[in-house]
Design a protein around this ligand. Sequence first.
Ligand SMILES: *Cc1c(COP(=O)(O)O)cnc(C)c1O
Length: 374
Amino acid sequence: MNPSLQTQCAHAGATPNDDTNAVTNALYFSSTYRYDPANLPSPTDVYARESNPTRTALENVLTKLEQGAAAAAFSSGSAAAHAVFMSLRPGDHIIVNQDVYSGIRIMLKDFFIPWGLQISFTDLTDTKNLEAAITGQTKLVWTESPTNPLLNIVDLKAVIAICKTNHIYVAVDNTFATPVLQNPILLGADIVMHSTTKYLGGHSDLTGGALITAAEDDRWKEIKHIQHIIGAVPAAFDCWLLMRGIRSLVPRMQLHVSNAKKVAAYLAGHSAIEQVLYPGLASHRGYTIAAAQMKEPGAMMSILVAGGKEKALQVVARLTCFVHATSLGGTESLIEHRKSSEGPDSATPDNLLRLSIGLEDADDLIADLKQALE
Ligand SMILES: *Cc1c(COP(=O)(O)O)cnc(C)c1O
């Protein structure tokens, strides 16, 4: 049998064949593992920062989710992104989509530019911009799609084709799409990153990150070396919790998406809203590309509220079902005035609210928005 993603997720990490016959996966807290004096250096787990059985089980699950060759789990999505940038060398040039998660923009500006990376923040929704930005030193392209928080769509196949011609490594932050809705490795990407804090964990109760590679190439070996030596690794309990979340990932995403479609359709017709940014609406600039590269348009959206920041904040204050908080991908719907959390560099419009559509009854979400927008 070649089990589907849904079937694999339902069994994520379970190994009912060890000595205990436990049906769900074991949780090993041990930081250190006994040596066999006759077999050194040890071929098995030695020290938990380097590897441990719970994290290995998670990494195997992550590898399958994105149909890659190997995976590395980190203590946050940011730590995962850091390992990719750290695998470059001072003087290397990278191209980062202009509309990038604000924490990664800050990481690049505050740490990697001083360290010596040359960075072009480029609008990759038009591949002409990509071609113009490539130099002889360009080693990596980094993009999300859909992007946070503007929900722009980057044509991943087109970007990857240009990068392949120019021998440039492509990294895709697939946090908004999830492996259920989009598989960048199948589109030709070299590496996929996730903030597992979001949909993969799915319950707003853990912080984590992941990298999944298409091939165990030299860059991957360097990334594993960074994971091991820098040590931004997740605790065993968080690995276990993440596998627990992944077990319900497929049905959760189905409900997230169906709720989001209903909410977006409602908001799109509302006179108090200037624009709904959701790639599942036919009016969205990236609708056709999203439909081609994603199975479904996801459950994140942003709205531009008529009347500016004051009006947007009033809407947030009136909501009772949506929780006013950052982050996304949990069972509860969240709403956030994104510019306020992005820092002084933010180019996000002042009247933008970002919505993470949860698993509530869609009618309740719509009723809540209706009363708040009145
Ligand atoms: C949250 C997020 C990150 C950062 O992940 P952390 O787990 O918060 O470090 C990176 N990219 C995207 C798209 C995100 O939403």
